[in-house]
Design a protein around this ligand. Structure first.
Ligand SMILES: NC(=O)C1=CN([C@@H]2O[C@H](COP(=O)(O)OP(=O)(O)OC[C@H]3O[C@@H](n4cnc5c(N)ncnc54)[C@H](O)[C@@H]3O)[C@@H](O)[C@H]2O)C=CC1
Ligand SMILES: O=C(O)C(=O)Cc1ccc(O)cc1
Length: 311
């Protein structure tokens, strides 16, 4: 006899890249009995029904959350508070509420006040994605071999944290925990500011009057092309990340700007050693990332979690 699913009823709110990947992975792994999906966009709801990746497509978030043992909010972070306000009173006793937002502090601030005492909120963030969005962009293998960070709010939540961790492991992820504040600083440096730099460099190239758009397209070397991949990520999602991780992003940007100014001086004054030393240090960092198997080339599942540049 097959093992019982980890959760009898799971509701996913927001069926874009991440929500639809969870739906696919959870069903494929036999982790859920009934999977209920809802999205505020009727076209997404219709597409999810067509794709057959949920057992039930609900009309409202409140209706989807009712009776669910696990509810995962997979909307842009700016919408998480309103969703929690809508579903909070409808959560069933013992339910786990979670999310997948790239920012944790603001999501906890906006969601936690709406969680009743008889349910547990366990914030989460899968470190897996692509530049694509929408229900067609998702795939069941997205989380395999990737980290899922949980940021528990209280030691009393330990058993629910373990259950949610088992759910992520069931989708192939490796689970880690950290504090909300530490999460937001770590991901400001390894994800948010790099995305900002990508948006900026592509914008700068587009605005350079002396170089035509055609030349940018024709001569872009693979380094620049990698930036354009990241800079094509969803505008709503990333607007919300920057508005909601303001302090950590500004802190890291301050450091980044100082370091960039030092590089600018080194170039101006012909300080080759300073440039050489930095480039040597950064090459070592890249090599240790590759050695630990944490480079973008995640195990190839037919489709890469982070697509390589197409040369
Ligand atoms: N895209 C990525 O690579 C990653 C994204 N995340 C996080 O996952 C979350 C979702 O991102 P994606 O799936 O990429 O976005 P997406 O744009 O593909 O999907 C978001 C979905 O949420 C729906 N939605 C928006 N507001 C809603 C509301 N109030 N009620 C119900 N549905 C609503 C949209 O219609 C859309 O279908 C974001 O918080 C993001 O920070 C986390 C890890 C990676
Ligand atoms: O596509 C990429 O390179 C990503 O960096 C995906 C990604 C985007 C946001 C996250 O919070 C986690 C992962």
């Amino acid at each position: 006899m097959a093992d019982a699913p980890l959760f009898d009823r799971v509701a996913i709110i927001g069926l874009g890249l991440i929500g639809s990947s969870i739906a696919r992975a959870a069903k494929a792994g036999g982790l859920v009995g009934t999977l209920v999906a809802v999205d505020r966009d009727p076209a997404v709801r219709a597409r999810v029904a067509e794709l057959g990746i949920a057992d039930v497509v609900a009309e409202t978030a409140a209706e989807a959350a009712e009776d669910a043992d696990l509810v995962i909010v997979c909307t842009p972070v700016g919408a998480c508070g309103a969703v929690a306000a809508e579903i909070g009173a409808r959560l069933k006793p013992g339910a786990i509420l979670s999310d997948v937002g790239s920012v944790k502090g603001a999501v906890v601030r906006d969601m936690a006040p709406h969680v009743p005492p008889y349910a547990t909120f366990v914030p989460a963030h899968p470190i897996a994605g692509t530049e694509d969005s929408g229900p067609d962009a998702g795939f069941a293998e997205l989380f395999r071999g990737r980290w899922a960070i949980l940021t528990p709010l209280s030691p009393a939540d330990a058993s629910d944290v373990a259950r949610l961790g088992a759910f992520w492991e069931g989708m192939g992820a490796m689970v880690d925990t950290m504090s909300v504040e530490h999460h937001d600083l770590v991901f400001a440096i390894v994800s948010h500011v790099p995305h900002l730099i990508a948006y900026n460099i592509v914008g700068t190239a587009a605005d350079l009057e002396e170089v035509t758009q055609q030349e940018v397209i024709k001569y872009s070397a693979s380094g620049f092309r990698d930036f354009t991949r990241i800079a094509s990520s969803d505008p709503t999602m990333w607007r919300d990340v920057f508005l909601n991780n303001r302090e950590a992003v500004l802190e890291v940007l301050g450091r980044f700007t100082e370091d960039l100014t030092a590089l600018q001086r080194a170039i101006r004054w012909g300080e080759g050693d300073a440039l050489f030393n930095l480039f040597t240090r950064t090459r070592a960092i890249r090599r240790s990332i590759v050695e630990q198997g944490q480079d973008t080339a995640a195990p190839d599942f037919g489709r890469r979690a982070t697509a390589p540049a197409k040369d």
